[in-house]
Design a protein around this ligand. Structure first.
Ligand code: SF4
Length: 243
C-alpha cells in the first residue's frame, strides 16, 4: 500500500529525523504515520520483551506477528502466551507455515538437516510474506550490536516495498538489560540456560561466555539470517525459491 507521505526521499528524511531518537519516539512516529497499516514482528525471543513492552505502553492494539515455525522450543510458545498476557497486547497473530508448503517441501519436518535456507523459506519467509502483504510498514527488533550485516543497520529502511522501523538499532545490551530491570520484564526461560538468542530448537545452541549474541544461531554454518530481512525480488510467493 502506498502512502501520501511516501516519496523517494522518505526513508532518508526519516533517518535524518530519527537517527538519534529514542525507541519510543521512533515507535510513535511509525504509529502516527501508518496507523492500522503497521505491524510489529516479534520472535518472543531472548530480547523481545523490551520492544513489546514499549509498544504496549504506546498502543497495545498494534498487530504483533509471531512466526510459529513448528520447530520452536516449547519454552518460547509458553513465553509468547505469558508475555502477551502480561503486557496486555490485544492482537498477537501466530503465523504458521501452510500445510501445502510443508506437505510439498518438508513432509518429514527434517528439511533443516539438509537445507536450512529452504526450511526457513517455508517456515518463516513465506508465512511472513503472506501476512505482511496487508501492511504498509513494519517494526523489527534488530540491533547493531548483534554484528554481521546488522552492524550497519539503519533506524529506518525500505525493503520489498515496505518501510521497516528498527527502534532498537542504536541500543546496546546494557541498555536492554537496564530497561528490562527497570520494568521488571520476565526473561525468556532459556536465557538463564546460556541462550542469549533463541530461534528454532534444531538451529539454536547455547553459547560460551564472551561469544557473540547470535553465535548459537546456525552454529557451524555460514548462515546468519533466516531470510526475512533479506530483500527479495517482487514475485509471487511459492515454495522452492531461494532466499
Ligand atoms: S531456523 Fe532452522 S528449523 Fe527454523 S525454519 Fe530455519 S532452518 Fe528451519
Amino acid at each position: 500500500m502506498a502512502f501520501e507521505t511516501e516519496t523517494p526521499d522518505l526513508v532518508a528524511d526519516l533517518n535524518g529525523r530519527l537517527r538519534n531518537a529514542s525507541p519510543q519516539e521512533i515507535l510513535r512516529e511509525a504509529i502516527n504515520m501508518y496507523g492500522d497499516q503497521l505491524a510489529l514482528v516479534s520472535s518472543f525471543g531472548a530480547e523481545s520483551a523490551v520492544l513489546l513492552h514499549m509498544l504496549a505502553q504506546i498502543d497495545r492494539d498494534t498487530p504483533v506477528l509471531f512466526l510459529d515455525t513448528g520447530q520452536l522450543f516449547g519454552q518460547t510458545l509458553d513465553y509468547r502466551k505469558q508475555l502477551a498476557a502480561k503486557l496486555g497486547l490485544t492482537d498477537v497473530r501466530d503465523l504458521r507455515p501452510s500445510f501445502a508448503d510443508l506437505a510439498t517441501g518438508d513432509p518429514n519436518a527434517d528439511l533443516y538437516k539438509t537445507d536450512t535456507d529452504a526450511c526457513c523459506h517455508i517456515r518463516k519467509v513465506l508465512p511472513l510474506d503472506r501476512a505482511i502483504e496487508g501492511f504498509g510498514a513494519w517494526i523489527t527488533g534488530r540491533k547493531r550490536f548483534h554484528g554481521g550485516d546488522r552492524l550497519r543497520l539503519a533506524v529506518v529502511e525500505k525493503a520489498d516495498g515496505k518501510v521497516k522501523f528498527n527502534p532498537l538499532a542504536n541500543w546496546t545490551k546494557a541498555d536492554l538489560d537496564a530497561y528490562a530491570a527497570e520494568h521488571d520484564l520476565p526473561p525468556h526461560p532459556l536465557v538463564a540456560m546460556g541462550y542469549p538468542s533463541v530461534g528454532c530448537w534444531p538451529c539454536t545452541s547455547p553459547v560460551e561466555d564472551g561469544q557473540d549474541v547470535r553465535a548459537g544461531r546456525w552454529a557451524g554454518s555460514d548462515k546468519t539470517e533466516c531470510g526475512i530481512h533479506v530483500e527479495r525480488a517482487q514475485a509471487p510467493v511459492e515454495v522452492g525459491g531461494d532466499i
